[in-house]
Unconditional design. Structure first.
Length: 185
């Protein structure tokens, strides 16, 4: 699930954004493993980017969905790949793995394309100011991590398990813990 972009007036979204997403979902090795293991990836863009959805075509193992099915799919999903959606916190709470992949992070034109808030967010993720495990800026590393989870039945790695344990979530304190974590970023 890839999120919105604050685009400067008169600019278009980064071509690298779409190129890298297309390269991800069309990766031969990834599609081979999906077919071999009979796994489906559900893919969506933020609703504000819906006009770009014609760039993506379904195949048997990668299916583009609209936002009306997101809640259902998220409950059933074993892994999420997103750039910086708050849905990642749902996966932390459910103790399911996530991967942060920012497809346009290395676009040399990024500062001229996006509004400052978005550009600052990307830089914070790139330089570690906003700290998350399983963060990738390169397509090949992202695909390797997806394949790792597929080949390991979506089991959390010890490093991600420790990251989740730092949240110390339970039904009584989960909202407060998330708020405290976000405030301290």
């Amino acid at each position: 699930m890839f999120t919105w972009r604050l685009i400067k007036k008169g600019k278009l979204i980064s071509n690298l954004y779409f190129k890298n997403i297309l390269n991800l979902i069309n990766n031969k090795n990834l599609n081979y493993i999906l077919k071999k293991k009979n796994i489906i990836i559900y893919f969506t863009l933020h609703h504000k980017l819906k006009t770009y959805s014609n760039k993506f075509r379904n195949n048997k193992y990668i299916q583009f969905i609209n936002e009306t099915k997101i809640s259902q799919i998220l409950c059933e999903a074993n892994l999420i790949v997103s750039d910086f959606s708050s849905i990642i916190f749902d996966f932390i709470y459910r103790r399911k793995p996530f991967i942060i992949y920012i497809p346009d992070a290395n676009d040399p034109e990024i500062e001229s394309i996006y509004e400052n808030k978005y550009f600052e967010l990307i830089n914070s993720l790139k330089n570690g100011t906003i700290f998350f495990k399983n963060k990738y800026l390169e397509l090949n590393n992202t695909i390797k991590k997806i394949l790792y989870y597929i080949n390991n039945d979506f089991k959390l790695e010890p490093i991600l398990e420790n990251f989740y344990n730092n949240f110390n979530l339970n039904k009584d304190n989960n909202t407060n813990k998330f708020i405290d974590y976000l405030i301290n970023l």
